[in-house]
Design a protein around this ligand. Structure first.
Ligand code: ATP
Ligand code: MG
Length: 394
């Protein structure tokens, strides 16, 4: 059983003077993520590295699962720790590591050494050579290959001794929280949860808004969105899910405006409302799951018409993705099975047979003038009567 994990990061290492800020964000997110695996973990920052020390009897799989969901983790390595850096203890710790962890000793290896402790009486090349010799003596089947070793035997001396040979890929990206907050328009479909995941991967906190239209959309459709929010919160951290009752606005559009414009008009009001709610949470952008050409409401003209009502930037991380690529990501992050449950969302109820595919902003504005008398009140009502559900990762 390994006592700790060494966490390696990639982009954060390029941050110059701000590096410490990003490292602290990452440490915070790792601590937070590990809550799902239990208590007693210690997360420590050392120059260029982060160590997670595990409590007695910790669950290896749960720990790995938690770490591998933290954005900003480029690689993680299970490590052995030896408290003593007495030379004989180091040699014995290396031998014991190989004996316990390398089942087939018929392998090639190379020793790598880092000295965090520059006062240590031996220098790195000397440590590498001596550890290599010792391992060859203890395990005659092992062979050294300095060019292409099967096993990279890493030894780090930093007040204590750390030994590791295996390295696994983390999710990459930047730690959530290092990069402001955005409001995700979260529906029950495949795309928007993936879009939220991708933006959070760049270090952005996510809150979400869902528009439902009871009684035309069911409680189960809402529950599906709550479930999706909970799944992505494993990566993004807690989410305020704002559930907005859109029925009144949707009915008004349906009763008074041209039916082929319904979807675009609805989208424009969704964007306006999401922006107003987002500003209450200090969000710096909106996020949607749109992708060029996927449906009539996502042609270049349609996107232009919906975009036109917002002042906040609208980020669409899936804009150039094919559906199949989006499906792949949704399967990887675990939202796919929930997304394909067949509960209608509010757009599917009123879809026109022949929706406009080239809506012009001027035409949309004209149609919206029909609603001018009372739309502001309806928007206000939708915002003030919304329900806010605090979504916590399980
Ligand atoms: P998704 O799979 O994310 O539902 P979609 O392919 O069904 O997307 P649309 O229904 O056109 O596409 O929606 C485009 C985007 O608008 C969604 O990705 C989402 O960001 C937002 N959106 C659509 N419907 C809703 C809703 N009911 N509540 C919140 N956001 C929505
Ligand atoms: Mg949808």
């Amino acid at each position: 059983m390994y006592q700790a994990f060494l966490i390696k990061y990639a982009e954060i290492g390029l941050k110059g003077n701000n590096r410490s800020y990003f490292e602290d964000c990452l440490v915070k997110q790792i601590r937070y993520g590990l809550k799902s695996a239990g208590d007693g973990y210690q997360v420590r920052k050392e120059p260029g590295r982060i160590f997670v020390e595990c409590p007695e009897g910790y669950d290896y799989d749960d720990t790995v699962e938690a770490i591998s969901r933290v954005f900003g983790v480029a690689e993680y390595c299970p490590v052995d720790i030896c408290k003593s850096t007495e030379w004989d203890d180091i040699l014995e710790a290396c031998r014991s590591y190989v004996e316990r962890n390398i089942k087939d000793k018929n392998v090639t290896f190379k020793v790598f050494c880092k000295r965090g402790d520059k006062n240590y009486p031996k220098e790195s090349p000397e440590i590498c050579a001596a550890v290599g010799e010792h391992l060859l003596r203890c395990f005659p089947e092992m062979k050294v290959d300095v060019h292409d070793p099967q096993i990279k035997f890493n030894v780090e001396v930093r007040g204590r001794l750390y030994i590791y040979t295996d390295s696994y890929a983390g999710p990459g990206g930047m730690p959530v929280g290092c990069n402001g907050k955005a409001m995700l328009l979260l529906s029950g479909g495949i795309d928007s949860p993936v879009a939220g995941y991708m933006i959070a991967k760049r270090g952005v906190y996510i809150d979400a808004t869902y528009f439902h239209a009871p009684p035309y959309t069911s409680e189960r459709a809402l529950q599906k969105v709550i479930d999706l929010a909970r799944i992505i919160s494993r990566y993004t951290g807690p989410i305020h899910l704002n559930v907005v009752n859109f029925t009144e606005i949707q009915m008004a559009i349906y009763d008074r405006c041209p039916h082929d414009e319904l979807t675009i008009l609805m989208r424009r009001y969704m964007m306006r409302i999401a922006e107003k709610i987002g500003l209450q949470y200090d969000c710096l952008a909106l996020v949607t799951g749109e992708s060029i050409g996927q449906v009539a409401s996502q042609t270049m003209h349609s996107l232009n018409a919906t975009n036109n009502v917002c002042t906040l930037p609208v980020y669409r991380p899936l804009i150039a993705f094919d559906k199949e690529d989006i499906v792949q990501i949704s399967k990887k992050i675990g939202t796919y099975e929930t997304s394909i449950q067949p509960y209608e969302d509010c757009c599917t109820i009123y879809v026109a047979k022949h929706p406009v595919t080239k809506p012009l902003v001027k035409a949309m504005e004209k149609s919206e003038r029909i609603l001018a008398d009372d739309i502001d009140e309806m928007i206000e009502r939708a915002i003030t009567t919304r329900q806010v559900i605090r979504i916590m990762p399980e």
